[in-house]
Design a protein around this ligand. Sequence first.
Ligand code: PLP
Length: 407
Amino acid sequence: MNTQKRETEIVFDKEFTQQEPIPQAGIKRALDILQSGRLHRYNTLGNEMAEASLLEKDFADYVGAKFCAGFASCGSSIYVALKSVGVMPGDQILCNAFTLAPVPGAIKNAEATPVFVEIDEDYLTDLDDLERKAEASGAKYFLLSHMRGHIVNMDRVLDICHRFNMTLIEDCAHTMGAKWGNQFTGTFGKVGCFSTQTYKHINSGEGGLLITDDEDVAAKAILYSGSYMLYEQHLARPSLDVFEKYKKAIPNLSLRMSNLVAALIRSQLPQLDNQCKRWNERYQLIEQELSNVPHIRVPRRDEREKYVGSSFQFTLTNTTAAKVEHFIESCAKRGVEIKWFGSREPKGFTSRFESWEYLGETDPLPKTAELLNFMCDFRVPLTFTLEDCKTLCLVIKQVTDDVISST
Ligand SMILES: *Cc1c(COP(=O)(O)O)cnc(C)c1O
């Protein structure tokens, strides 16, 4: 279409991996903890409440859950969630096929067998396929990963789980602060797992938070996390008699969160809602910029989906995989780092279900495979201004015009 040479090629020069600094309050609190030397969550003096316990209470209050436990990562909390709801070796677990590597990793760790479910063109779990596979497999668990922050119709998910008597576990690594309707993600299932790894909505380097309203699941999760029989020190825990039932039956897996990590998270929690608004300003601007570009399809989002747009996905339409690859390379040359789930080889944070060979044979997923071939994905860190977002959209538009629209 546009064959005229442009005067200047715009190059985007900001880093897609650059997050904002930790708030001053968090840095100060972290320094206090470093000064005290009491970094381990059970290293408390007298009646002192450990930072990790305080965080668990704060986070449980924020989402409106009864219980919360800190973990070393979200992936480890998903593993513990599976164990705590009773997943046994060989059990089948339904899971959307478009997810991040730690999710199949957690299923493997629990020695369970994933049954992958297709996604649809809006990157959401295909609920018809979920229903079919729930019926065909007889699986008793559904691990729903709100991948890249896309939240599927939770009313229908609850209905399907109810009809097939399935326990729902939610992976909310990309939906901290997000809701379906008026309810926080993570509170629909029996367990919700959140990440505070650097690229999520709160940044403590590494970290995970598990929430539940089920006292047995909570006690088991705390014991698995590695509470050294010091679980009494937790604030967002069930009563001590619940632990009595499990304390000799549950191994200590040493997946605790440290006070230092908890301090970083706790300092960011009061700002979370405002940060989510800032992400959505950026998301909605990008959505507007890209939504009428030929060959670009942006996902539809249900109005009940109160998402947090910390990353953006779009699909290149009526084109070929070779052109998509050329598109990704051309964007990269101009500073726009787009991730591609179409690559045959797992790269960086991006891997497809076919790459998880350790799982053994899994059923083919033609719809998901095809969608991933044409899906583009990039992070939107809050260090990008709205102006930056416009610039990166301009690069994407120009590259689409040059590479995809050209014949
Ligand atoms: C990041 C992520 C995880 C794992 O989080 P970690 O804290 O890195 O273990 C799980 N699921 C999804 C969808 C993620 O994006």
